[in-house]
Write a protein that binds this ligand. Structure first.
Ligand code: SF4
Ligand code: SF4
Length: 66
């Protein structure tokens, strides 16, 4: 199963992941840190991870180990 993990100790809540994500409102909720709401809409473009300034998003594709 696809997983996107946010390291909450590193996340600064900047919202870059939300801003770049094509399905942002369905997938991301930004508070003091970023939360994933629903990954059914994610097409694994990895833009969120590329735009994260503190490199705290880890994308684990189905079949990959965390
Ligand atoms: S991989 Fe792409 S579609 Fe999935 S959450 Fe990140 S930016 Fe959004
Ligand atoms: S881009 Fe990274 S630091 Fe910014 S809110 Fe998203 S996960 Fe947090």
């Amino acid at each position: 199963m696809l997983q996107i993990l946010v390291d909450e100790d590193k996340c600064i809540g900047c919202g870059n992941c939300y801003d770049i994500c094509p399905k942002a409102a369905k997938i991301w909720k930004i508070g003091s840190v970023a939360h994933i709401l629903d990954l059914r809409y994610c097409h694994v473009c990895t833009l969120c991870a590329m735009e994260c300034p503190v490199d705290c998003i880890k994308i684990i594709r189905p079949g990959e180990k965390a």
